[in-house]
Design a protein around this ligand. Sequence first.
Ligand code: IPE
Ligand code: IPE
Ligand code: MG
Length: 249
Amino acid sequence: MTTQADFIQHDAEPTSSITAVPHHIGIIMDGNGRWAQARGMPRIAGHQAGVDNIRRILEHCVQRGVKVLTIYAFSTENWRRPPDEVSGLMRLLGLTIQRQLNELNRNGVRILHSGRMEGINKHLQKQILNALEVTKDNDRIILNVAFNYGGRAEILDAVRHIMQDGIPPETLTEEMLSSYMYIGGIPDPDLIIRTGGGWRLSNFLIWQAAYAEYYTTPTYWPDFDENELDKALIEYNQRERRFGRVLNQ
Ligand code: IPE
Ligand code: IPE
Ligand code: MG
């Protein structure tokens, strides 16, 4: 039963130009700081606006039939930011889990985490683990939060685990290596979206994005709305995914 506070209750307008829906979308949520600065606000206000935007995009992903949404929330390189911004971002994740976990759970959202736990304070670690546990049986959509995440760190961690498990080198396959990634077993992203105008991965899903379609927009993350997501999906529908083959011969 849905209540007033629930989300995912309206139907998105059908769009005939979106027939192929990506199973898994990755979003590099960039531009929060510039969004705030443009309004004469502190950067952390931009991060708060960015967090608020996750819900509407998640909801629209459900409406469109996306099954996995990976959001890049904090990179291993973001520790290089000023200490008050770093602690502000840590606090925001904790508060967001506290405020939104029940509602996400009620709406069938399964939360996963990609990233290193080391470096995150113990209390926040517990909150993250609790969110994974509470939502583990949900299957409407997976919200994978890349937090303290780096693609190189992920590959390094996978290789370390493989060595610890004593896997003989000649038996290692790409599929096995994939299964050692933080959320092994989840299909690779079909579409990577970057807001805020950049044209780089910034260490996001570098193993999994090998054949993802890439889309970038100058729109800052807090302004990236349902319409903007549809634009990305329409563009995705115009791409021909060849995976190295020659098509239409
Ligand atoms: C992205 O927004 C969010 C994080 C990296 C946490 P930024 O904070 O990078 O925003 P800009 O790029 O400075 O505008
Ligand atoms: C990428 O944004 C990381 C996240 C969105 C969490 P950054 O703002 O950190 O990326 P660079 O530094 O511009 O590459
Ligand atoms: Mg940035």
